[in-house]
Design a protein around this ligand. Structure first.
Ligand code: ADP
Length: 301
């Protein structure tokens, strides 16, 4: 459904996207993962026909985007990172404004807008868009991206700055849309975010695709190598006692909290140790490596 062939974008001598070859099948939820500045937004701008590639090409549903951007725009929806609306219009008025671009009749627009407002839980909201929370704006953005019932949806960092409740609602919506057969291309710099919804993942670093595969393939690649360590974060109600366990490589303590670097997951032993000493554990978790750590690990291999 989405295909790029040596897709490249150079801005004033700087290569933002570097010979990208990518295929995303119909109905996939594809996670386009990479640190800030990796070239994710630039790729999406080329795929949506907002900018032209320097070299190479991209196709959506078999249509070459740079050759027929209008045909592509009819079958795609796009939610930019910073979505903008008319602040003094309601959700319905904003959506009606966009629906008119697709030549829908008044009746079609009314029905479609009512359906979308229900889908994104903005039905019955009378406030104007300028008064919306970030989460409400994102949901309205999603409704806008869906106005033409697109086959392919491009979402650029859709959960950035959303609160946990907003993120959950958003994930459910994305999964429901994929269930309708839409192809969804989501960019993110947050590994756990992509992992939560995407079935296939591509990793982009400095404009280049480092790897692409199913969630399982990429998870295996991202799994800590033998020589790597895990971070365990512990927080207790009382002041933490000394922790003595052969698995601990390093420990940073501050008051009731400790961040432990260990060779393996020794949470069971640590919690037994703390319980023995009558400590009350508030939290104990393994911290996911940051995206930069993950990329560094892949580079080293
Ligand atoms: P991401 O979305 O992964 O954060 P971007 O696609 O926004 O990455 O940016 C990739 C690189 O291209 C960055 O180095 C960025 O500074 C540069 N870049 C992005 N847009 C422009 C532009 N309009 N003009 C010049 N450089 C740009």
């Amino acid at each position: 459904m989405i295909q790029t062939e040596n897709l490249t974008k150079i801005y004033n001598g700087n290569t933002a996207v570097d010979g990208l070859n990518l295929t995303v099948g119909e109905g996939e939820i594809f996670g386009f993962l990479g640190p800030n500045g990796a070239g994710k937004s630039t790729t999406i701008l080329m795929l949506t026909g907002m900018i032209e590639p320097t070299t190479g090409r991209c196709l959506v549903d078999g249509i070459e985007v740079a050759k027929d951007p209008l045909a592509v725009k009819k079958i795609i929806g796009y939610l930019p990172e910073d979505v903008g609306f008319y602040g003094n219009l309601t959700a319905e008025q904003n959506l009606d404004y966009f629906a008119r671009f697709y030549g829908m009749s008044a009746g079609e627009r009314k029905a479609r807008i009512a359906e979308l407002l229900g889908l994104v839980h903005l039905d019955g909201v009378t406030q104007k868009a300028g008064e919306y929370s970030r989460g409400m704006k994102q949901r309205l953005g999603l409704a806008q991206a869906l106005i033409n019932d697109p086959k392919v949806l491009f979402l650029d960092e859709p959960t950035a700055n959303l609160d946990p409740e907003g993120v959950r609602e958003y994930r459910d919506l994305i999964i429901a849309l994929a269930g309708e057969g839409k192809t969804i291309f989501v960019s993110s710099h947050i590994l756990s975010e992509v992992r939560a919804v995407c079935r296939t993942i591509g990793l982009l670093v400095e404009g280049k695709l480092v790897t692409k595969g199913t969630l399982g393939d990429v998870a295996r690649m991202l799994a800590p190598s033998d020589s790597s360590t895990i971070r365990i974060v512990i927080e207790t109600v009382e002041q933490l006692p000394d922790l003595d366990d052969p698995g601990i490589i390093a420990i940073e303590r501050s008051g009731n909290r400790a961040v432990i670097r260990a060779a393996t997951d020794i949470r069971d032993r640590l919690s037994a140790l703390l319980l023995e000493q009558g400590m009350h554990i508030r939290e104990m978790r393994v911290e996911e490596p940051g995206i930069e750590d993950v990329f560094m690990a892949i580079y080293r291999r």
